[in-house]
Design a protein around this ligand. Structure first.
Ligand code: 4AD
Ligand code: MG
Length: 462
């Protein structure tokens, strides 16, 4: 018989029918007359109850069914008399795919801490919590493509191996095939990269933006959605060394268009998750974050506050609040500052714009004041920065000057500057950290819990 996914069993058309279910056992309980197995197959957070009438099965047959084992059951789907479920399967036949020795299977009891599960990341997708998170993550990924495709954006794949440092932060993972125990050197003692695979130093990308701009200034509107790597040694609940970023880039857009797009985009994703992941979000709300659904709806129902960095710093300075990191005009805002503005002051998501040029990347459009650039950061409750973006400097001379000032090797940037040399246009874009969005939507508090296999300093297990 063809397998039915557990998520489909709750649809009316299966009631009273013969079904075949397969999955992993969550629990088995009962007595010598009847045994109940809670089965989950990952298709939904809900388990289905399998009822074994012990006049038809032997103890010997059911003995291997312990938590974590995998089974196949043929039976009839009937309405359930018991509490906690609407339907159940009355088993007719049983096949055991694999056992899970109770002595060794790590996910025995319920209620493991998230920290414990991080060390069992190879098995944690089998828990209700991670099942829910991973399904929400998948739905959000689909929503992102849907949002952009419906608006005529083209999906552009930008390289993961690159020779340019987009954010200029120098936090890149080098890519090399040189023998690290026997590095070829030039006469001046420096590494001879001409002997390396690409004939020059290369690294994993920190952002697809620069290539994204090449796409946008040809196709009009593009988005990227791919892995991004940052070798910053920041062990925080919001940083990963490998994360996924979505970067739309649009020709003929200014910073206001960009802010509108960012706000519409985030709201679309949240609304999509609320509509399509109700069971999972309700589960996460019930177990981890009672205010989750209200917080998600609150973001949908409110316009984001828009103000300049200068205004934001003034509010922080005048707040009288004691921050760990000092706040003054010119300081890079820390998460505590961002969250103060969002959670304490405005009590709404905030878009801060026009940051001092010194604390932002080289490509941002310079304002008339010569001091600030057309940057925009979207700040969210519990998260801080969720989006970073800007209108780009489209003027060749101004951009070249900035590249020189920052001592960025010009010869490596020739192809980027060609966008400004030939048919330059105003354009803007931003980057959304996918895991920060998943954090927000799932109500989790540590970014390590919203990506299947997190990469962080000193951790590349699994
Ligand atoms: O602000 P960032 O560094 O901006 C850029 O990379 C631009 N090139 C984007 C653009 O304009 N196209 O990063 C963008 C977003 C941040 O707002 C944050 O959500 C996320 O990426 N992010 C991280 N997420 C997880 N771990 C990290 N280490 C992250 N660094 C940035
Ligand atoms: Mg940023």
């Amino acid at each position: 018989m063809k397998r039915t996914k557990i998520t489909d069993l709750f649809k009316p058309e299966y009631l009273g029918k013969e079904v075949c279910v397969m999955g992993w056992v969550r629990t088995r309980r009962g007595n010598k007359h009847v045994q109940f197995v809670a089965l989950n197959d990952g298709s939904t957070v809900k388990n289905v109850q399998i009822v074994f009438d012990m006049t038809q099965f032997t103890d010997e047959q059911l003995k291997p069914i312990t938590t974590g084992s995998s089974i196949k059951v043929d039976g009839v789907l009937v309405e359930s008399m018991g509490k906690g479920q609407s339907v159940e399967v009355q088993a007719k036949s049983l096949e055991i795919f694999g056992t899970a020795d109770p002595e060794n299977y790590p996910l025995q009891k319920k209620g493991h801490t998230l920290e414990f599960l991080r060390e069992k990341a190879h098995l944690r997708p089998r828990t209700n919590t991670f099942g829910a998170i991973l399904r929400v993550r998948s739905a959000l990924a689909f929503a992102i493509h849907k949002f952009f495709q419906e608006r005529g954006f083209f999906y552009l794949n930008t390289p993961l191996i690159t020779a340019s440092d987009c954010e200029g932060a120098g936090a890149m993972f080098q890519v090399t095939t040189l023998d690290l125990n026997n590095i070829p050197k030039c006469d001046d003692g420096k590494v001879d990269y001409s002997a390396d695979f690409f004939g020059k130093p290369t690294a994993l990308t920190v952002s697809g933006q620069l290539e994204g701009e090449l796409g946008a200034t040809a196709l009009g509107a593009i988005y990227t959605f791919g892995p991004t790597f940052r070798a910053e040694n920041s062990n925080t609940p919001r940083h990963l060394s490998e994360f996924w970023m979505i970067e739309p880039e649009v020709a003929f857009f200014d910073i206001t268009d960009n802010m509108d797009l960012a706000e519409d985009f985030i709201k679309y994703c949240i609304a999509y998750a609320l509509e399509h992941c109700k069971d999972d979000i309700d589960f996460l709300a019930e177990h981890y974050d009672a205010e989750l659904v209200d917080r998600l709806k609150f973001v949908l129902d409110n316009e984001f506050v828009r103000l300049t960095y200068t205004e934001g710093v003034k509010i922080l300075e005048e707040s009288g609040h004691k921050f760990e990191f000092p706040v003054y005009w010119g300081a890079d805002l820390q998460s505590e500052h961002e969250r103060f503005l969002v959670e304490e002051h405005f009590k709404k998501p905030v878009i801060l714009t026009d940051y001092p040029k010194e604390i932002k990347a080289f490509y941002m459009k310079l304002n008339e004041d010569d001091k600030t650039v057309r940057a925009m950061d979207v700040l969210f409750p519990k998260i801080g920065e969720i989006i970073g973006g800007s209108e780009r400097e489209e003027n060749f001379d101004k951009l070249s000057k900035r590249i020189e000032e920052l001592d960025i090797p010009m010869k490596d940037m020739w192809w980027y500057l060609d966008t400004r040399r030939f048919g330059t246009v105003p354009h803007a874009g931003f980057g959304l950290g996918f895991e920060r969005l998943v954090l927000f939507v799932t109500g989790m508090t540590n970014i390590r819990d919203v990506i299947p296999f997190p990469r962080t300093p000193n951790n590349a297990e699994f």
